[in-house]
Design a protein around this ligand. Structure first.
Ligand code: AMP
Ligand code: MG
Length: 402
């Protein structure tokens, strides 16, 4: 069927979900519970920001024109601290002692930092000139009352929390979290509590997917492991399609017991692609059935994880109500020469080290996409473009963090 490049597949996921066009329902949450959710309403300024001309320094509020000749002696009329105002105004050669965050008194247009003054009773000697407006934030210069401060569709992080607090929003309307059904498949897969037989393996994909769904602030709906039997798979897929997104793992390769696509087809599924030219994760299925999008993720644990990050994460961003779903890579220098056969876009388990000024990354040793133990040595994925055959140590490369 349709095997796409990484970029084509990514664009297909985004375009299909966009064109389906559903907007999630909303719910109201206390501000402090809204972190990580997507804003469902616009946030406006409820007053001017700042609401008064605000001093950004401790010092003396002055008329800038009075301190052009230095040193200059001014008469100090009093003080003003944050939270109150000076009653009265400043005339020629007068000043008022002022603290950071306090309103600049009428008549003054600048603040001289205390470091550049000497106090002598009621007199203040100023040793540095200021220009009009210096160390003062004019009323309404950050935002005007009624201005749009945050658009709906924005993920709420601490900055948005601070902004909403500053406009008095103690509760906020957010998009409901998508419910994401998770069905790992495979006759050999047993639950974590069970003791696996000699040829069985434990269900790690159900757990990594659960954790990844949670990390996207969505609600995981684990439906248990499906056996490689059409009737069981069909029952569970029917259940899974009741969620907002269905994730299956395993059963999407060419093996005799890879039944996921066959069973989905019996549900009248539309398939947008069933392979992507990436490593790991080539057998990746994306489609829609009964109005619900689904991914058939490859069963090998690293493939399951990587394809989630590359394709499911952006899908969930859109289904969560986010306005856009960019996939962001960090840049780091490759620590060791890297060579490989070109052709596929690769996302290889790698170790990112160093601090912000010298990030370096190296591919860790791994035995392929089933090598779950290699995750212990890795904390990211090195992104290698299709055409790259060799990357030299010291070159800048792209890294997807984990
Ligand atoms: P499949 O795509 O079904 O052929 O599976 C590919 C590989 O991934 C096989 O070695 C499976 O045993 C393994 N695998 C499949 N599902 C899981 C799972 N839920 N947890 C861990 N490994 C799995
Ligand atoms: Mg299988």
């Amino acid at each position: 069927m349709a095997v796409l490049t990484f970029t084509q597949a990514r664009e297909t996921v985004i375009a299909q979900i966009r064109s389906a066009g559903g907007t999630p329902a909303s719910e109201r949450l206390p501000l402090l519970d809204s972190q990580g959710r997507v804003l469902a309403e616009p946030i406006h300024a409820d007053r001017d920001f700042p609401p008064f001309p605000r001093s950004t320094r401790d010092g003396f509020a002055v008329r800038a024109q009075d301190v052009s000749q230095l040193p200059m002696r001014l008469r100090c009329k009093g003080q003003v601290k944050a939270g109150s105002a000076f009653s009265g105004s400043i005339a020629e050669t007068e000043c008022v002692e002022i603290m950071t965050g306090a309103p600049v008194p009428e008549g003054a247009d600048a603040v001289v930092m205390v470091e550049y003054t000497e106090r002598d009773g009621d007199a203040v000697e100023v040793n540095r000139a200021v220009s009009p407006g210096e160390n003062v934030v004019a009323r309404g210069s950050e935002a005007r009352s009624g201005d749009l401060l945050i658009e709906p569709g924005r993920r709420i992080r601490y900055g948005e929390v601070a902004l909403m607090a500053s406009v008095g929003r103690s509760s906020v309307s957010v998009c409901r979290q998508p419910r994401v059904a998770i069905i790992p498949t495979g006759d050999e897969v047993v639950e974590v509590e069970q003791t696996p037989g000699p040829f069985q393996i434990r269900n790690s994909n159900g757990y990594s997917l659960y954790a990844q769904v949670k990390a996207e602030h969505c609600t995981p709906v684990p439906l248990g492991v499906a056996l490689d039997r059409e009737d069981r798979l069909a029952e569970m897929i029917a259940e899974g399609l009741k969620s907002d997104l269905l994730l299956l793992s395993g059963g999407v390769s060419m093996g005799k017991y890879d039944l996921v696509e066959k069973v989905l087809a019996e549900f009248g599924a539309e398939f947008f692609f069933d392979g992507v030219l990436i490593q790991p994760g080539r057998p990746l299925v994306f489609g829609r059935a009964h109005g619900t999008f689904f991914f058939g993720l490859p069963g090998n644990p690293l493939s399951t994880m990587v394809t989630f990050e590359l394709f499911v994460r952006p899908a969930l961003a859109l289904l969560s109500g986010e306005a856009s779903a960019p996939l962001r890579f960090l840049r780091a220098r490759l620590a060791r020469d890297f060579r490989r056969k070109p052709g596929l876009a690769s996302f290889l388990p790698a170790l990112l080290e160093g601090d912000y000024y010298d990030p370096s990354v190296s591919v860790v040793e791994w035995k392929g996409s089933g090598d779950i133990a290699s995750l212990n040595r890795a904390n990211c994925y090195l992104a290698v473009p299709e055409e790259a055959a060799e990357i030299k140590a010291g070159e800048w490369v792209s890294v997807l963090t984990r």
